[in-house]
Ligand binder design. Structure first.
Ligand code: MN
Length: 733
């Protein structure tokens, strides 16, 4: 990074913005980070024609506006570097070496897995959101960077191709703006939504901007009058408070118009806001407002006593003026105002390094814990479903019989309420009373309802319940319960089946011996073995015959005889059972390399016994193999047997990667038969052949490699039919 900084004007702009707003940060470090970033992006340009690094600088400026003096050096560095790993040849390891672990892990949290291959775009998007939100649950700074990044991209959307701009605008409207809203960052949310609307419905946007301009000039004098009356009233009662107008938000007005309302019916189009210095003054100011004007009773809301779950606090009241016009007035302290605009960012403290403590999570309605919880309990489609629902829910407040206030999603039913109280209560629900009246479980709750749940020890959840609940919390609990019960049922049945058979055969195995057999059959533990026995994917015979030495049956001798006579068997039978009989010449296909636990199929080959393939191996597909040559085979491996598997790996080129991979494999007690690596353009590709006893072990190996820094993907390599010079199994078939 010698020979003068790139784009010195951008560097100067960044440094002066930092000096002005966040004087406490380490400016030398930030300057060094700027130089590193500018040099990494080199001559890359944004679609606007600006140098790429201008985007990184703008992201920092947005963060400066958001956090001001609370912005820390780590966050500025990570914001500058946020695109370096995704868009340049720099690796995370290099970032870590230069700027430390903390900066690197923030950059990792915002970097998309764009180079990993996914079957469907939805799966890739879900995985990216999952990763991002998991990082966010550990460190809020990840989401600050991501939202600032997206906001600047939205500000420069006009330079993109229309279809791409539209896709980004939709994603912003559907996920990022709601996420900003959920975290209480109203300023960012408003701007994102208005920018999205401008792209997604330009006609409506222009029309709205025009008609709001007209409305405003009509209402301006009137609002000024009301404001002046309020100011006088507040002064007269000795209150120090300011009365101001409210910023307009096109998207929310657009939304209300879409609901069929007209501009005249939207009376909070231009409202007033009173800002005070204490919570007490808010209520005193409310008294002043209601003294001067007649309040509309059902429009009053006290979000100070009951803050929204995005930390928002304010008093809302709508009043009627003398000539019958309605005006909405919001009352809050300056501090509440700051929180209403920046949400969790207002709570961010550098000393906590962006972690969300229990208290903040509780104030957010448990949002962060929820997000971390779905990581375990959902597949990709469910995850996006949960995320969308959680982000778009409006709130509803109801009471317990003891008058405790509970927060639910709009549209919730008594069942949602029951699961909110406790999972045990939810699972045992048989009925509910709302305001003293018995209601069906699908009954939609309303604000202020008092809900009482009727339970029975015999009750239990049912599939249909999924249709009766609205909250992601209840849905997740019910799904979990149903899944668990299915598993419990299978385990109980499988245990009984196996015990009965072992008793009949007078076999008393030790738990350790049974566990070894389970693993040989591709089950990670005994419960899994029992469940598989119940489902029928593992047969009882596969387990019991391990305990009794068997004699060849007549049929077996018949099958084995001719093959041995031909002298073609390479390996005595082992590893599988063929159609219930043991000891036939088998070989394991080299194209797909099956491992105990994989679903398999046997193909009778000419002169070489039976070739065992994975069921999804293309070499076994119908057009390649006639049905009469297929035989059913089951796994029957001894724990000591080892099976070769080819693994393909891709990662960033860094020193010691090969050694690290070899080390983690060996640490798992797995032998490496061959290994090789090649690198090109900062990317390294490798192929390993490892020898494993069963699929559970193979999964451990793959997971361990995947966790190594720099590894982008690792997978089992399927050899395509006749794809290389080696004599493949296509010939054996
Ligand atoms: Mn970016």
């Amino acid at each position: 990074m010698t020979g003068g900084a790139r784009h010195p004007e951008l560097r100067a702009a960044l440094m002066s913005a930092v000096a002005e707003k966040a004087p406490k940060v380490d400016r030398d470090r930030i300057a060094a980070c700027y130089d590193f970033t500018a040099s990494a992006h080199g001559d890359q340009k944004r679609e606007s024609g600006q140098p790429y690094v201008s985007h990184s600088v703008e992201v920092c400026r947005i963060l400066l506006d958001l956090l001001e003096s609370r912005l820390d050096t780590t966050l500025v560095c990570a914001a500058l570097l946020h695109d370096v790993v995704e868009d340049t040849g720099i690796t995370l390891e290099q970032v870590e070496k230069q700027f430390g672990r903390e900066v690197a892990s923030l950059v990792e949290g915002v970097t998309k897995l764009s180079r990993v291959h996914f079957e469907r775009r939805e799966a890739q998007e879900a995985e990216n959101f999952r990763r991002m939100l998991l990082s966010m649950s550990r460190d809020l700074r990840v989401i600050f960077i991501k939202l600032a990044d997206r906001l600047h991209n939205m500000r420069t959307l006009e330079y993109l191709r229309p279809d791409k701009a539209k896709r980004i605008a939709e994603e912003t409207r559907d996920i990022y703006a709601p996420l900003a809203h959920r975290l209480g960052m109203a300023g960012i949310k408003r701007e994102m939504e208005d920018l999205a609307l401008k792209v997604l419905d330009p006609g409506a946007y222009a029309e709205l901007a025009g008609s709001i301009q007209i409305k405003r000039s009509e209402r301006e004098a009137f609002l000024e009058q009301v404001g002046e009356l309020l100011r006088e009233g507040l002064r007269a009662s000795g209150l120090k408070a300011e009365v101001i107008g409210r910023p307009k938000h096109f998207f929310s007005i657009y939304h209300k118009l879409q609901d069929g309302r007209t501009l005249d019916q939207i009376y909070d189009l231009f409202g007033l806001r009173i800002l005070t210095h204490s919570r007490n003054d808010c209520y005193r100011a409310l008294g002043v407002v209601h003294d001067l004007f007649t309040p509309v009773a059902e429009r009053f809301k006290d979000y100070i006593a009951t803050p929204k779950s995005n930390l928002y606090q304010s008093l809302h009241t709508t009043v009627l003026t003398e000539n019958g016009e309605m005006v909405e007035v919001q009352i809050r302290t300056w501090e509440m105002h700051r929180i209403a605009e920046t949400g969790v960012a207002a709570h961010y403290l550098y000393k906590q390094g962006g972690t969300v403590d229990e208290e903040l999570d509780q104030r957010l309605g448990g949002f962060v814990t929820q997000i971390a919880g779905w990581q375990r309990e959902t597949d990709d489609d469910e995850y996006m479903d949960f995320l969308r629902t959680a982000l778009h829910q409006e709130e509803l407040f109801v009471y317990t019989p003891r008058r405790e206030l509970k927060r639910l999603a709009k549209g919730s039913t008594p069942l949602d309420f029951a699961f909110l109280i406790h999972s045990e209560v939810g699972q045992r629900t048989v009925g509910a009373r709302v305001n003293g009246e018995l209601v069906p479980l699908r009954h939609e709750l309303r604000n202020g309802d008092m809900v009482e749940i009727i339970t029975s020890p015999q009750a239990q959840p049912h599939e249909d319940w999924l249709k009766l609940v609205r909250t992601t919390h209840a849905k997740a609990k019910i799904r979990h319960w149903l899944r668990q019960r299915r598993l419990d049922d299978s385990v109980a049945l499988g245990t009984e089946m196996l015990d009965r058979e072992l008793k009949r055969l007078r076999i008393k195995p030790t738990p350790e011996a049974l566990l070894e057999i389970a693993k040989g059959l591709g089950c990670e533990d005994l419960a899994t073995l029992h469940a598989r026995l119940a489902e029928g994917s593992v047969s009882i015979g596969q387990v019991t015959h391990k305990f009794e030495p068997r004699k060849d049956t007549f049929a077996e001798r018949l099958v084995k005889g001719p093959l041995e006579a031909l002298g073609v068997g390479r390996k005595p039978a082992g590893g599988v059972l063929i159609q219930g009989i043991g000891n036939v010449m088998v070989q394991f296909a080299r194209c797909c390399q099956p491992v105990p636990g994989d679903p398999i199929v046997g193909i009778v080959t000419i002169g070489r016994g039976v070739s065992v393939h994975r069921q999804d191996c293309p070499n076994t597909f119908g057009h390649r193999v006639p049905a009469e040559r297929r035989v059913t085979v089951d796994w029957d491996a001894r724990p000591t047997e080892r099976f070769p598997v080819r693994l393909a790996l891709q990662g960033s080129d860094r020193a010691g990667l090969l050694a690290d991979v070899a080390k983690v494999i060996q640490n798992l007690g797995v032998n490496i038969r061959t290994a090789g690596m090649q690198s090109e353009d900062h990317t390294v590709r490798g192929v390993f052949v490892v020898e494993v006893p069963h699929i559970a072990k193979l999964r451990e190996v793959i997971d361990a490699i995947r966790r190594l820094p720099g590894v982008q993907r690792v997978e089992r390599r399927q050899r395509t039919p006749r794809s290389d010079g080696e004599r493949g199994d296509a010939e054996d078939v």
